[in-house]
Ligand binder design. Structure first.
Ligand SMILES: CC(C)(COP(=O)(O)OP(=O)(O)OC[C@H]1O[C@@H](n2cnc3c(N)ncnc32)[C@H](O)[C@@H]1OP(=O)(O)O)[C@@H](O)C(=O)NCCC(=O)NCCS
Length: 431
């Protein structure tokens, strides 16, 4: 017998009954709005600060099953992509919805490679920042500034123009990110090298000094490639929601993406790996781990890099990063904090406190260690997140632009302030 996919609701204020359709495990907020609606009263609404149980879109980009620890881009498991794909192929997959043919791939890589340069005036914009400017602040402003260089980008209904901006954004993000890093160090900005791969070129723009050609260790560029793949998308998180919300006003993609970068700048979103590193430095040695764990269990501390709003199982990205950590340390030498991290993980995975609360390592638990081994200061960690996430933001933005159901984002509120006060002019109030 097939179950009826509806929900019957009885409004006890009036005794009226409503039958709401259930589609894909959701009811429509507009159907809820019909409950109790009359000429005098607005219908019922739902209250959901932080959108913890509200679907804002239908999406075919990224699938997550947090209980089972599954993450898939366009249906492909993250483990397989991290093992055998490249970041640019994954970016193509996210944006176009399917894997490229050889010709499509070569054209895509060529286009991205030949759009890595930015207008010289963008360099002037970046030069204008204070010597100690946070690289995320520089990145978000310079991405926003790009919209003034490509005014045609506002034609978001034109697929060809959209495609050009997508290529530009994926191509130029590493350039802007690397320059914001060089700026803080007082070093000259390094121009892109089109003979290198996406991640090799990024490393070159970050670390090249007086040598003719910068050739990064392939193990490092591969590890960065893996990290970029893991961070490319994560469905409707805070920054993606910001891109979609701002994008729903039909603004150009540079402006919409700078909103995403701003969201990622916040410590609750992009800053957890930095907090992990600070925690590991504070614990210092393996011997101090048991006392630290006791502090966590007593509620005095939080084990940073553990637990996730969605994953109630091992974050699939954390497993892959753990392996990449070993590869990076082969080149850079082992970070002594790795021992502390491994001991924390070992104890926590066996301890009843963490097991019963389904607290497992998340993506940030090991990524900070890798970034530090690659000599990035903590302020750069979020920039390293924003560069690959550009592919996901753009895939989600494209989906939004083409979705006939989407409207300008405009949540409701429950008004709690005063009403109909009489205004007394300042001269009278203060006399
Ligand atoms: C990610 C995070 C915010 C998710 O929070 P959440 O889904 O709202 O989960 P809650 O805060 O409701 O936690 C549920 C329980 O686990 C505990 N808990 C969650 N994360 C914990 C952690 N990292 N260390 C210790 N206890 C933790 C909470 O204290 C709570 O215990 P209680 O039921 O006894 O009160 C949270 O796990 C956290 O702060 N982790 C550390 C920061 C981090 O790594 N963030 C990066 C996420 S990618």
């Amino acid at each position: 017998m097939t179950q009826k996919q509806t929900l019957t609701v009885r409004d006890n204020r009036t005794g009226d009954e409503y039958e709401l359709d259930i589609t894909d495990g959701t009811i429509r907020a507009s159907d809820v709005g019909k409950i109790g609606k009359s000429d005098e009263e607005p219908g019922l609404a739902v209250y959901d600060p932080g959108f913890t149980n509200t679907a804002s879109t239908r999406s075919a980009v990224t699938y997550i099953d947090g209980d089972r620890g599954i993450l898939e881009y366009r249906g492909y498991p993250i483990e397989q992509l991290a093992e055998s794909s490249t970041f640019l192929e994954v970016a193509y997959l996210l944006i176009h919805g399917e894997l490229p043919t050889r010709e499509q791939h070569d054209q895509w890589v060529h286009d991205i490679t030949f759009h890595t340069f930015v207008h010289e005036d963008i360099k002037t914009v970046m030069r204008g920042f204070r010597y100690d400017a946070h690289p995320m602040g520089m990145l978000l402003s310079s991405v926003g500034a790009l919209s003034t260089f490509y005014p045609e980008a506002r034609n978001i209904k034109d697929p060809q123009i959209r495609h050009e901006q997508i290529v530009r954004l994926i191509a130029k993000m590493p350039t802007l990110g690397a320059w914001s890093f060089r700026h803080a160090q007082g070093k000259p900005y390094v121009y892109p090298d089109n003979d290198l791969t996406y991640t090799e070129n990024f490393l070159s723009m970050l670390f090249k000094m007086s040598e003719q050609k910068y050739e990064p260790d392939p193990r490092l560029s591969k590890a960065l490639e893996v990290l970029f793949i893991l961070h490319a998308d994560h469905e409707q998180n805070c920054s993606t929601n910001a891109v979609r919300s701002v994008g729903s006003s039909q603004v150009d993609p540079y402006s919409a993406l700078s909103a995403g970068i701003a969201a990622l700048y916040g410590p609750l979103h992009g800053g957890a790996n930095e907090a992990v590193l600070r925690m590991l430095k504070r614990i210092k040695t393996k011997d101090n781990v048991p006392a630290f764990i006791e502090g966590v269990k007593n509620g005095d501390e939080r084990l940073m890099g553990f637990g996730h709003r969605v994953y109630k199982n091992y974050d699939p990205r954390a497993k892959i990063i753990k392996k990449a950590t070993e590869d990076v340390f082969e080149v850079t030498g082992v970070n002594p904090l790795l021992e502390v991290a491994q001991e924390l993980e070992k104890i926590a995975l066996e301890d009843e406190y963490f097991v019963s609360r389904k607290l497992y390592p998340n993506v940030d638990f090991y990524s900070g260690l890798i970034y530090e081994a690659l000599q990035f200061p903590p302020e750069m960690f979020t920039v390293l997140f924003a560069i690959p996430r550009t592919a996901g933001w753009l895939a989600q933005w494209l989906e939004l632009v083409d979705d006939p159901e989407q409207k300008i984002a405009r949540p409701k509120q429950i008004y709690t302030g005063e009403r109909q006060l009489d205004f007394v002019p300042a001269a009278q109030r203060w006399s």
